[in-house]
Design a binder for this molecule. Structure first.
Ligand SMILES: [Zn+2]
Length: 306
């Protein structure tokens, strides 16, 4: 779909006018989504109804909504499917929303989370929203069409949102400390590794918090490389060990495995956690594009304490 058609589609969202004016929910949800994409929270076209999205949506509604607007995100989330903005898929891969199915009962965040595997944006729209120039054009189009009076407040709110960095210091206090860059890397790595430690497999999430760290293989201060292939998700223990060159990934016969330092002493119980890792496979992302790059692996192996 060319840009013009995308803009037209965004201009013509069907909105509830039952209370005498157009409700702001759908365009506010789209703006929220665009902000999350810009911040690096959404890197693949599999969108979930996350707490971050809900929180951003409430911020937007607080600016563009009126007093009697409810902030139930479930409604616009569901009904954007009817505008062809995205397709909601259930856990068997079938579309969840059907046009004739308006009265599906009471929608709720819980209900959507239980029944929806993910939402996929129109592919062309997703591509456009990942290109900064097109993203800005589409954002401006939405604001001009639906919220021209709130342009300044929306801009200020967005700047605040983009500056919030979820994680203070990756890499033990990153030398090149750009919070937005570092937060984007962190989010990307955690997502592609599905919040799981690539060494022990622990995955612990509590509300918006999670246990794993996003670690650079070659430190950013040396490589200036934030591509996911220069990173790995590790729990605090294994992050600590990687930083001290007590463990490192290695490629053996095409497989990525962990090596542990020969300096670790098998006679001491407290080093077993690391020694037992020797020869174990890395728990890798599903998408091979995000596997650690050979150059990054070699950098680590060269420094493994021998
Ligand atoms: Zn671990």
């Amino acid at each position: 779909m060319p840009q013009r058609n995308l803009t037209e589609r965004l201009y013509n969202l069907r909105r509830d006018r039952s209370s005498g004016y157009e409700k702001p929910y759908k365009p506010a949800l789209l703006l929220s989504l665009i902000d999350l994409i810009e911040r690096g929270d959404i890197i693949r076209n599999q969108i979930l109804l996350t707490d971050d999205l809900i929180s951003r949506y409430k911020d937007c509604i607080a600016i563009v909504g009126s007093a009697d607007d409810v902030t139930k995100i479930a409604y616009p989330f569901w009904h954007l499917a009817g505008d062809g903005i995205w397709v909601l898929y259930d856990f068997s891969g079938q579309p969840l929303y059907r046009p004739a199915q308006e009265g599906i009962g009471s929608l709720s965040v819980k209900r959507i989370r239980e029944s929806m595997h993910h939402a996929s944006l129109d592919e062309q729209l997703f591509i456009a929203l990942n290109r900064p120039i097109e993203r800005n054009l589409l954002r401006d189009a939405i604001i001009s069409r639906y919220f021209p009076k709130h342009r300044d407040k929306l801009r200020a709110s967005r700047a605040d949102f983009l500056q919030q960095s979820e994680d203070k210091a990756d890499d033990g206090g990153a030398l090149e400390n750009d919070p937005a860059r570092s937060a984007a890397f962190s989010k990307t790595i955690k997502c592609v590794y599905d919040f799981q430690c690539a060494a022990c497999g622990i995955r612990l999430r509590y509300q918006d918090l999670n246990l794993v760290d996003a670690c650079h293989l070659v430190p950013f201060s040396l490589s200036f490389n934030d591509h996911p292939s220069n990173g790995v998700a590790l729990c605090k223990n294994h992050h600590w060990a990687l930083d001290r060159h007590l463990i490192a990934p290695e490629r053996v016969a095409g497989q990525l495995i962990w090596k542990s330092s020969k300096r670790l002493d098998p006679r001491t119980d407290d080093q077993h956690l690391l020694i037992e890792l020797e020869g174990q496979p890395l728990l890798l992302p599903r998408d091979e594009d995000f596997y650690p790059a050979d150059a990054s692996i070699e950098w680590r192996m060269e420094r493994l304490l021998g």
